[in-house]
Design a binder for this molecule. Structure first.
Ligand SMILES: *Cc1c(COP(=O)(O)O)cnc(C)c1O
Length: 251
């Protein structure tokens, strides 16, 4: 689907309708794959969305919100401290911004270096907190995507237990940005295979082995391939003016 086909949600009722629509499609995709809809969690992604519309979305039932950039997440978390909502950081994080992530994120979905793991661990120790993390893997081979190369995952998982504040929940990926559904499906299938191999090697290193994958344009395919969390922005909030290249800069 093209970005401009997502119209902007402006009222609580708009958000209720959108959330019901997406949840319905999630349930149908899960059932079609012989899975229970309750195995799939919807993470609404509120990046670039203003505080007033986020408040409407929360009123409509959102209890977790995904943000790509830590500065934006921090600003919003501080401005909306009165809301009962958890902020999930789903985008690339620079080591020098680990402190805000450690302070405000309930989950981090883009862990992709040991340097970053060390920086987060140090900040979390200081804050007396722990953090649920997903290891990001580059399953598309596109240079513009962040994440570990698939072959680097086993050693990476071996090294993580030394960071005591990080609780591994599973793996995360972004599929190739292409209308070719087979190509998108193969990215998701690769993440599931990597999770299965990790479990076989040493189940202690992969925690519950969750799979964070799927966005507005491809979440049904991701569910077919085993997604346990889908990260959906535009299909709930409306099209973004900011192009995706802002989040996944060309190499
Ligand atoms: C923006 C974003 C999404 C959601 O993308 P939509 O096209 O808005 O559904 C998912 N994952 C990450 C990492 C994102 O930055």
């Amino acid at each position: 689907m093209r970005n401009n086909e997502y119209s902007t949600s402006l009222t609580v009722q708009d958000f209720r309708d959108r959330l019901a629509g997406v949840n319905g499609r999630i349930a149908a995709a899960a059932t079609a794959s012989g899975r229970s809809p309750s195995e799939v969690r919807l993470i609404p992604v509120s990046k670039t969305v203003s505080e007033d519309r986020i408040r409407l979305a929360v009123e409509a039932g959102c209890t977790v919100l995904g943000e790509n950039k830590v500065q934006e997440m921090t600003r919003k978390a501080q401005a909306m401290e009165d809301l009962d909502v958890s902020w999930l950081l789903i985008g690339h994080l620079q080591t020098n911004k680990a402190r805000d992530a450690a302070a405000y994120a309930a989950e981090f979905h883009a862990l992709d270096s040991l340097r970053l793991a060390a920086a987060l661990d140090r900040r979390l120790q200081g804050a007396g907190r722990s953090l649920d993390v997903f290891v990001q893997v580059n399953t598309s081979g596109e240079e513009s995507k962040f994440g570990l190369a698939p072959e680097d995952l086993p050693d990476f998982l071996e090294a993580l237990p030394s960071f005591e504040t990080l609780r591994v929940r599973g793996l995360m990926t972004l599929a190739a940005l292409t209308p070719d559904r087979d190509r998108v499906r193969s990215c998701f299938a690769l993440l599931r295979t990597l999770r299965d191999q990790a479990r076989e090697n040493n189940p202690d290193l992969i925690g519950p082995g969750e799979l964070s994958m799927g966005m507005s344009g491809d979440y049904e395919l991701a569910i077919e391939q085993g997604a346990t969390s889908v990260r959906v922005g535009q299909a709930i909030f409306g099209a973004r003016a900011v192009p995706d290249s802002h989040y996944w800069p060309p190499a």
